[in-house]
Design a protein around this ligand. Structure first.
Ligand code: AMP
Length: 222
């Protein structure tokens, strides 16, 4: 159970805006936990456990995993989170039904709601370009940007893990994921605006400058 002065933050944005990268960096700087639904699913697929088997094909198609499975997985993790400064939810909620389930669970269990929703904005052409260059560490999920001509070794600078490209970053699947984002996830921007907790952040510029913008907007100091 988290303390009263901890924050629950939701990070929103289309695939490729740098949401995962920023969620990890902001969590580090603000000493919050980082909970990524996509990472949890990818880890389950890597392990090949029951959950992994259930979600593998769905993820590879670019569609959303059913709400029931996703919400249960995230709420279980959230209840185990013990960070005094709170948690950043990255990739969850992904639609209105999930957002309502999250609010309901927080209200019932802790008498609270989401404190802040951060939406990162990037132009659509830029999203597709970024996703095609994205590589991830198989072990620690750190993302890297690299061109096909890049000759540096394909290992993670942090943990030495193997780098790979996500199957769902293939061009056809990227388009599907963008469609899913515009249809299912974009309405969350209005949802959190109505709640009076939406912060919109320009996702252009260097990684560090975007992190600084988000930390400042969330009321943290650098
Ligand atoms: P991400 O790493 O956030 O891009 O997520 C990768 C994939 O995991 C998505 O395309 C979905 O198939 C699945 N996924 C992650 N988060 C959710 C969610 N909140 N609801 C449903 N499916 C999700």
């Amino acid at each position: 159970m988290m303390s009263i002065d901890s924050k629950i933050a939701v990070f929103l944005g289309a695939p490729g805006v740098g949401k995962g990268t920023q969620a990890a960096l902001v969590a580090q700087q603000m000493q919050m936990s980082h909970l990524s639904s996509g990472d949890l699913f990818r880890q389950a697929v890597e392990r090949g456990d029951e959950l992994g088997k259930q979600v593998k094909a769905i993820m590879e198609s670019g569609a959303l995993v059913p709400d029931e499975i996703t919400t249960q997985m995230v709420l279980d993790r959230l209840s185990q989170s013990s960070s005094a400064r709170g948690v950043i939810l990255d990739g969850f909620p992904r639609n209105i039904v999930q957002a309502e389930s999250l609010d309901k669970a927080l209200t019932e269990k802790q008498g609270r709601k989401v404190d802040v929703a951060v939406c990162i904005d990037v132009a659509q052409e830029e999203l597709i370009r970024r996703l095609s260059l994205r590589w991830l560490c198989r072990k620690c999920q750190t993302p890297y940007n690299r061109d096909a001509e890049d000759v540096t070794p394909l290992v993670c600078e942090k943990c030495g893990g193997e780098l790979y490209q996500r199957a769902d970053d293939a061009p056809d699947t990227v388009l599907k994921r963008l469609q899913v984002y515009f249809a299912a996830t974009m309405p969350l921007i209005e949802y959190y605006k109505q709640c009076g907790i939406l912060i919109e952040v320009d996702g252009g510029g260097s990684v560090e400058s975007i992190t600084a913008r988000i930390v400042l907007a969330m009321g943290g100091s650098r």
